[in-house]
Design a binder for this molecule. Structure first.
Ligand SMILES: [Zn+2]
Length: 198
């Protein structure tokens, strides 16, 4: 039988950025100070489980009480500029760069024949509907710099063509075979300001 501590280590080790060693350190610290660390973590996890959801408009992480999210409801942001990303975490990365003041649309993935992810698995129809409602003058594609990202970008470009909206992509300069989430804020900011038409 696996001990509860080993179980905890295994669960933590599944998180991105935590290897087996750091998961072990974290787990031992948690059980060493249950009142200070463990209870706080349990409460935060339960709260997140109960309240966090994805914004129905853009896909960013938000709470069930605030949907549409604060990015979608912020009147100071530019409705005419729509940034398309793969994951909600990419929105966090772009916000951190401070280089974008428009709206967002997370696809929840990218087209991948290998993983059998097709357009119907992504929030592509929702994107077309948003653009079709009017008011968007530019769609900025902030997708991965790999083949799947390129394929996804090409597909969206074709999809939006009938709407006559300008479609741009991040300037080159992001590391090859990586995504928005792996880029540092300054690189990202430069890639946004130097964006080019597709
Ligand atoms: Zn939103």
């Amino acid at each position: 039988m696996v001990s509860p501590v080993d179980n905890l280590i295994r669960a933590l080790a599944r998180l991105p950025g935590l290897g087996k060693r750091s998961a072990e350190r974290a787990a031992l610290a948690l059980v060493r100070k249950p009142d200070v660390l463990l209870d706080t973590l349990v409460a935060a996890l339960q709260e997140a489980r109960a309240t966090v959801c994805c914004c129905t408009v853009c896909g960013a992480f938000t709470s069930k009480e605030q949907c549409p999210c604060s990015l979608c409801s912020d009147a100071a942001r530019d409705d005419g500029l729509l940034c398309v990303v793969e994951e909600p975490s990419d929105i966090v990365a772009i916000e951190r760069s401070g280089g974008f003041k428009g709206r967002y649309h997370a696809l929840m993935g990218k087209l991948s024949p290998a993983k059998q992810t097709g357009p119907s698995d992504l929030r592509v129809r929702e994107l077309a509907a948003r653009v079709a409602r009017g008011g968007v003058r530019e769609v900025l594609l902030a997708l991965s710099t790999d083949m799947e990202g390129d394929t996804t970008g090409g597909y969206i470009g074709e999809l939006l063509k009938p709407h006559g909206v300008r479609v741009t992509r991040l300037a080159f300069g992001l590391p090859a075979d990586s995504g928005v989430g792996y880029s540092d804020p300054l690189t990202l900011k430069r890639a946004i300001s130097g964006r080019t038409d597709v």
